[in-house]
Design a protein around this ligand. Structure first.
Ligand code: BTN
Length: 249
């Protein structure tokens, strides 16, 4: 897949910029809006995405997976989180994992956030706006929950353009797996990297603290957990909070 990267000095949010651009002109799949600085970055659940200017990757990529059934759109989330974790695994021996559904962690700290906005046209996929914020060279963070960067994990400085190139190549590779219907590989790799899979940890589920073990993610992207008493939970986004307390027994 061909990527064409447009780097801009400063923008409110690459995500909004790309969405606006797509309203005004016909865009080709693979266009990337990459910002050196974002002053109003958007995170999940209407959170802000804060990123120090010039230190990290903040970009939005346009995919047009018109071959994909919209019911399977979770596969795109898997493609992106696998591609980024593939890259991180080449840079560190520390444990890299995917916190359901699509945060990338090193150890118990978040290094990357992904925001996917899908546009459907009737029953077919039109556009998928894939926003990625990867912390690269930032050394200090505001007291947000658990942030880290490649610099903090490896004590090395990275060339942002090289990181972007490698991440895009990986996205191209994983996206091709999706196109060529290598779904089982994507699902297997995703499950293998899932944070706290098969171990008991505590969560806040619908406001109540539970101890449960993640055992699967279904095709719609719902997280499946089993409580100690065998009760199974199938949960959607926003219904669960990870406390990051794992229980060894
Ligand atoms: C999250 O909350 O974990 C998702 C964060 C996504 C941030 C990226 S940075 C590039 C793109 N532009 C935005 O405004 N947000 C996404």
């Amino acid at each position: 897949m061909e990527f064409s990267v447009i780097t801009i000095e400063k923008v409110e949010s690459t995500q909004n910029y790309l969405i606006e651009l797509s309203r005004k002109t016909e865009l080709q799949e693979g266009i990337v809006i990459n910002a050196l600085s974002q002053f109003k970055g958007i995170g999940q659940f209407e959170n802000k995405w804060e990123s120090e200017a010039g230190k990290n990757l903040t970009f939005s990529l346009l995919l047009q997976p018109r071959f994909l059934n919209p019911a399977s759109q979770f596969l795109l989330t898997q493609v992106l989180s696998l591609a980024i974790s593939d890259y991180l695994l080449t840079q560190t021996d520390k444990p890299v994992s995917i916190k359901w559904p699509n945060d990338i962690y090193i150890g118990k700290k978040k290094i990357c956030g992904i925001l996917v906005k899908n546009q459907l046209f009737g029953a077919t996929f039109e556009n998928s706006f894939c926003g990625i914020g990867l912390n690269v060279n930032q050394e200090k963070f505001p007291p947000l929950p658990n942030p880290t960067s490649l610099f903090l994990e490896t004590e090395k400085q990275f060339e942002l353009n090289e990181v972007l190139k490698a991440v895009l190549e990986n996205i191209g590779f994983r996206y091709n797996q999706l196109k060529s219907e290598e779904i089982e590989i994507l699902q297997q790799d995703y499950m293998q990297r899932l944070l706290y899979k098969d171990i008991f940890a505590s969560y806040i589920y619908k406001g109540r603290e539970i101890e449960a073990r993640i055992f699967d993610v279904n095709e719609f992207g719902h997280l499946l957990l089993e409580e100690r008493n065998g009760n199974e939970i199938c949960c959607e986004l926003k219904e669960i909070i990870f406390t990051h307390n794992t229980i060894s027994k």
